[in-house]
Ligand binder design. Sequence first.
Ligand code: SF4
Length: 226
Amino acid sequence: MTRGKLAAWIAGRLDERFGEVKRRPNDPVEILVATILSQNTNDSNRDRAYESLIGRFRSFEAVADADEDEIAATIRVGGLHRQKARSIKESLRRIIAERGGLDLSFLAGLTIAEGLNWLLSLPGVGKKTAGIVLLFSFGKPYFPVDTHIRRVLSRVGLIENGEDPHRVMNQILPKDPVLMRRLHLHLIRLGRTVCHPRRPECSDCPLSAGCAVGKETISTLRRKSR
Ligand code: SF4
């Protein structure tokens, strides 16, 4: 199977398994801050850090003006709090300085490459965070890859060791933002609930028929149960 066909097969299987996805907030500054907070932590701690930040400062303008140590103390629950506090504060200040306010709507008029370059120049913003802002806020067809997605895709054999998953996925997927959003969320869900870092539940996985790791795991389990 070519990579393009494998990607389409994965998308189809995950649609069957997980169906529709919930709408997410799409304000770009909100998504930017939430995604920085999500780095190296789980959803629950990201949400607690985000609620704590908003509860304490009430607006992102106030966060931009706040003391960095105070921001860090407020988001401590999410881990890497000093690093994230610096990234959030400096990013917000950069946006205000360059755009005259916390407004990223100008990204809508840029190409994907231009938008990526601008976002990647912000402190603490990598391809995943930049891609999430472009895809979920502006409907730009750029597929962001997080740690769960990378794990599933490499186990399934869609990306190989040493390859840049963003480059591979953005080459093989159709330039369809709706499909990309759905596939992004479905792959994260699969990574969290089935394809765990350790002991993936391959017998319950909708991708097991096309996954080399899954086939091997299932046949080992069968051998052991005989
Ligand atoms: S079959 Fe197993 S290893 Fe492959 S994607 Fe599913 S859970 Fe992960």
